[in-house]
Ligand binder design. Structure first.
Ligand SMILES: *Cc1c(COP(=O)(O)O)cnc(C)c1O
Length: 457
């Protein structure tokens, strides 16, 4: 199809939106390793998982064989309020870069939470409601997940208890207020409301908290409160499943115009947006129909894929969660200050870890000043002020487009623009003031994290 006919924004009609999520695990020859019970070291059973997670979500977590799973009507209804998200042809960026590459981005920032996280939050809240639960608990780092979950819970009339990493609680009061506006209760973590929180506070007085610690508190709170379950916004198989709506929509939009991507790029924190974006494309690759280049982008300060080990590890600081096999820096790894809060998790989705280990996906790490160079360049030509996390993908998309300029290749690049950066203006301020620094851990810095890995098998 002629290039001229491709609009700036490709939208789908309501009746073209996905009605099923796609479970890429069904088409993987090497399945992701199962979650293990930390005491018995045996794979977690449905019964065990259902003590922590909603039952249907536990079932989805364990389902390695069903390729397509119906999106319940109520979730589709909610999706219609803010989806389909546009697939945008970055004509202005292409022109600015003077590249023959064709660049598209799938923009997930068009909702109040400002990111893709709502896609899974609404699904998880739905299943909690279906099960007749009173509420859910969770952790939030930079605040995007807590915001999305509080929106989803208020929609279904569920109680929502959020443990927010203390440093973000203090530095991002507006995020906190958005959550409270949607009715969530927000507790800075570590707190004295849980045993694990009190223990961490005693061992590290004055600590500003971490995601791993907030997870432990949220899990404890769920286990100790009748009618509550714990929910998590990334890393898990179920979250990648819900996020497949991103990739399914993107693929449908591309197919509509007969566009074949060469390169697909996404930022990777716990792996949910990237996993969701690439799922249907990876499915084609796994079946041998296509050979896309798929690139995960992570911060150089928290390089779990590019410098981590592929091993079973704890998911949280308090070691109350099941063990997951993943590319990890070790649960004892403390990432240095980095402004892409959503990318600071020590591990990576076990589905993506397996795909990466099988050579089906590449990974690169990028430094934060170069990420903000890309963010500002993008904001000025495409209009959208991107989240720092999303800007990791922008960096590599620009780099790939510039390579095309050198070689003259007209490659088609698709990247995930996961959200907006309105709550990250402190980071932009640092960048604009010229005070932003790059932190790259030395091999020595990574040692304590690796030493914290459990010895298994
Ligand atoms: C949370 C977040 C990410 C990273 O999480 P993944 O699970 O790896 O997708 C990326 N971008 C934004 C805007 C986020 O809020």
């Amino acid at each position: 199809m002629s290039d001229k006919k491709i609009p700036y924004k490709i939208y789908l009609e309501e009746n073209e939106m996905p009605t099923k999520w796609y479970n890429v695990r069904a088409d993987m020859k090497n399945k992701p390793a199962p979650l293990l019970n930390p005491e018995t070291l045996k794979p977690m059973t449905l019964e065990e998982l259902s003590g922590v997670f909603c039952e249907e979500l536990a079932r989805q977590e364990l389902d390695d064989t069903t390729a397509y799973i119906d999106i319940p009507q109520e979730i589709r209804k909610f999706y219609k309020m803010y989806r389909p998200s546009p697939l945008v042809r970055a004509y202005c960026l292409e022109e600015k870069l003077d590249t023959p590459a064709k660049i598209y981005y799938k923009f997930e920032g068009n909702n109040t939470s400002g990111s893709h996280k709502l896609n899974s939050a609404i699904a998880q809240a739905y299943y909690a409601k279906e099960q007749g639960l009173k509420g859910v608990t969770t952790e939030t780092g930079a605040g995007q997940w807590g915001t999305a979950l509080s929106m989803a819970c208020s929609y279904f009339g569920l109680d929502c208890k959020v443990y927010m990493v203390k440093v973000s609680y203090e530095q991002k009061p507006f995020r906190r207020e958005v959550m409270r506006t949607y009715g969530a209760s927000v507790t800075p973590s570590p707190s004295d409301t849980t045993q694990v929180g009190r223990k961490i506070l005693a061992e590290h007085p004055g600590t500003s908290g971490s995601l791993g610690c907030a997870i432990s508190e949220a899990v404890e709170a769920a286990l100790g409160t009748e009618g509550y379950r714990y929910v998590l916004g990334s890393v898990l198989n179920q979250v990648l499943l819900h996020q497949s709506v991103i990739g399914l929509e993107a693929k449908a939009a591309l197919d509509k115009y007969g566009i074949e991507p060469d390169i697909i790029i996404g930022c990777a924190g716990g792996g949910s947006n990237l996993g969701g974006l690439i799922s249907p494309f990876m499915g084609e690759k796994l079946k041998g129909n296509k050979n896309y280049r798929i690139i995960a982008v992570e911060p150089a300060s928290c390089p779990s894929l590019t410098r981590g080990r592929y091993a079973y590890d704890f998911c949280d600081t308090g070691k109350v969660c099941p063990l997951a096999k993943m590319y990890t820096l070790g649960s004892g790894f403390i990432p240095s200050a980095n402004h892409a809060g959503g990318l600071r998790y020590h591990g990576m989705s076990s589905t993506l870890s397996q795909l990466y280990d099988d050579g089906l996906m590449e990974a690169v790490s990028v430094e934060q000043t170069s990420v903000f160079d890309a963010a500002v360049q993008f904001a000025r030509v495409e209009g959208i002020l991107p989240a720092p996390e999303s800007s990791h993908a922008i960096r590599v998309a620009i780099d790939e487009a510039l390579k095309c300029k050198e070689t003259g290749e007209e490659k088609t690049i698709v990247f995930g623009l996961t959200g907006t950066g309105y709550f990250d203006m402190v980071a932009y301020q640092k960048y604009n003031d010229g005070n932003m620094q790059d932190y790259i851990p030395t091999d020595e810095d990574l040692k304590p994290g690796f030493a914290s890995l459990p010895q298994i098998g």
